[in-house]
Design a protein around this ligand. Structure first.
Ligand code: FNR
Length: 365
């Protein structure tokens, strides 16, 4: 039977997975450990209650915002996710076009399967480049230089993955990245382990242990900063203590994230960590958010709790798999329309008037 037009983000999921191997679906959907944090991310939004105000002029709800100097039509952007050619032959080029069409920020993964220069050329909106701290520091320095030259507007250092989370679905599937999908921004020799399947093991976990430096600390950040003129964003902050340290170390923004429940299982739901981080940062830099956002109303809740922008991980991949650039633009468009609608019906017609008074949190069940 023909499917009707997608109305919600989850409508893209079934469409996206129709043609994909179950191991790819498991890689995208899965989390670490018992997947408690994965579930908690979604459940946390179930506690959000909206507090509408009435008799406000909501004739033109406006989702426009600004981030690190770049104007954006929407505060809903694309989280960094690896290997988009697993989901669509055009990979990150389609994602870049879709994000551009939506007026959204695109955070490109270090493990993109298209070159960062090609992605920048396909983009019509701002792109940031996500990095993991590689043992081979000269490679990191080279990437930081390439990003600035290609027009990226920030570097996003992911700090929650000194080792890969224990992702049992991938281990059971003996998941490895197929040979025709490659992290083309890195030397093939550096990536070989990610493509080597082994029964009962995740090749990505083996690769991460080999390639990522788990000894990095706050005092190393200055080294990276000195190698690039770009603003530095830290992704994966979940406590007020670390948020304060990030500000002390000059972070230009932080992303509240538990990596979509893929790293530390039993880490807090991302939404539950957000107010603590926002309070600790105290306006010193923008706070972004990701984890479990599945609608524009979810995005509204995170924005009300102090996020300046909200990133989508899995939903963008559903859109990409379903329909390439059109699917990515569709996912971002649906989320933005739902956000604008929620802004109108709560009497908060612009993001500048949206604050904590717009939500209350019901007790956990
Ligand atoms: C990710 N994420 C991620 N994060 C990162 O910093 N670098 C990366 O390469 C990846 N790769 C990646 C692949 C896949 C398949 C997923 C699902 C996630 C984490 C991502 O940026 C983000 O934190 C979460 O996906 C947000 O949660 P939701 O929106 O997926 O619930």
């Amino acid at each position: 039977a023909a499917m009707t037009a997608p109305l919600r983000l989850t409508d893209y999921r079934a469409r996206g997975y129709r043609r994909l191997p179950s191991s790819v679906r498991d890689f995208v959907e899965g989390g670490a450990g018992e997947e408690r944090t994965l579930g908690a991310n979604l459940r946390a939004f179930g506690r959000v209650v909206l507090r509408p105000r009435v008799l406000v002029d909501v004739s033109a709800p406006d989702t426009a915002t600004e981030l690190l100097g770049a104007p954006l039509a929407t505060p809903v952007g694309v989280a960094p996710t690896a290997y988009h050619r697993l989901l669509h032959p055009e990979g990150e080029l389609a994602t870049a076009r879709g994000a551009g069409r939506a007026g959204a920020l695109y955070v490109v993964s270090l493990f993109a399967s298209r070159t960062l220069e090609e992605v920048a050329a396909a983009a019509t909106g701002p792109c940031w480049l996500q990095l993991y701290w590689l043992r081979r520091r000269e490679v990191l320095a080279d990437l930081a230089g390439r990003a600035a030259a290609a027009g990226y507007r920030a570097l996003v250092l992911t700090v929650d993955a000194p080792y890969l989370g224990r992702r049992h679905r991938d281990a059971r599937n003996g998941f490895a990245i197929p040979p025709d999908v490659r992290a083309v921004n890195l030397d093939p020799a550096l990536m070989a382990a990610a493509h080597r399947p082994a029964p009962g093991r995740s090749a990505l976990a083996v690769h991460t242990a080999e390639a990522v430096d788990p000894s990095v600390t706050w005092s190393d950040l200055a080294w990276l900063r000195a190698r690039s003129p770009l603003p530095l964003v830290l992704k994966g902050v979940l406590t007020g203590e670390d948020a304060r340290r990030a500000v002390e170390h000059g972070a230009d923004a932080v992303v509240v994230s538990n990596h979509g429940g893929r790293q530390l299982d039993r880490a807090p739901a991302a939404l539950d960590a957000l107010p603590e981080v926002v309070d600790a940062v105290g306006g010193a830099c923008p706070v972004l958010f990701d984890g479990g956002v599945r609608s524009g109303a979810d995005a509204f809740a995170a924005l009300a709790l102090g996020a300046r922008a909200v990133l989508l991980g899995r939903p963008v991949l559903w859109g990409l798999a379903a329909d390439g650039a059109d699917g990515v633009a569709g996912v971002l468009g649906v989320a933005t329309e739902e956000l604008a609608h929620t802004m109108a019906l709560t009497g908060r017609p612009s993001l500048s008037v949206l604050d904590r008074s717009a939500v209350s949190l019901a007790a956990p069940r």
